[in-house]
Design a protein around this ligand. Sequence first.
Ligand code: FAD
Length: 228
Amino acid sequence: MIEHKHTDVAVVGAGAAGVGVGVALDTVDVDVTLIDRAGVGASFRQWPDEMRFITPSYPSNAFGLPDLNAIVPQTSPGIALNRQQPSGPEYARYLEAIVKHHELPVESDCEVRGVEYVAETDTDQESAVTADGGTTRSEQFFLETSEGTITSEFLVWAGGQFSTPRTDLIPGADCCLHNSTVASWVDHAAQSSTDQFLVVGGFESGIDAAVSLLELGCSVTVLDRGYP
Ligand SMILES: Cc1cc2nc3c(=O)[nH]c(=O)nc-3n(C[C@H](O)[C@H](O)[C@H](O)COP(=O)(O)OP(=O)(O)OC[C@H]3O[C@@H](n4cnc5c(N)ncnc54)[C@H](O)[C@@H]3O)c2cc1C
């Protein structure tokens, strides 16, 4: 239980974006805390079993370009995991290893439920000069979380979309099955009363679902407003 904690920068979400920005700030000695309602790499651990990264994971050439799926320079999920197309849980392990190596503070199982920004004028306090010549800022973010209050001077929202699917995009969207709720396409197809599927959306998740279902012998049509 946190009850109350202060950090200079609060990063909400410990996925690829949150861990990446966390390391970048930590590297320049900024006090940063990652906050995640379900732990480091939670979205990746929730990927359907069959889902894989699209971009092959390996250092691109001999000139030091990082792995295209790396979130920190000098690292390679491809080499660390010995996989070109990591699964979700494998990529989550890569993120966890980075958090451990950099000793990044993470508040896990901590859901941010509300954010309030209190500006200097609201508190009627002047920025004060500290003993070391720096200044304290009275502006603060107040994060209401499931574990207590966290205050910060800066807030980075890296909550992603996968873990918060929108069911209000089109009328009837709630009748569809969202990719993030599927544990395994093999199990889903086996339990389904049909082998004919419509996939709405032809980007990474949609094409990944379509390929998984096609490989199981299902008939699949992908609908996309543009070109997949
Ligand atoms: C099939 C597929 C293949 C892909 N292939 C590639 C690829 O090859 N290369 C590539 O670069 N990208 C690829 N992507 C895209 C990549 O996976 C996403 O861009 C990336 O996961 C987004 O990361 P994120 O940190 O923004 O979000 P997430 O990884 O979803 O992290 C968000 C985190 O925020 C937490 N969170 C959310 N709300 C709250 C809250 N209120 N309080 C506390 N915590 C909260 C969640 O628990 C979660 O851990 C692929 C995606 C798919 C679907």
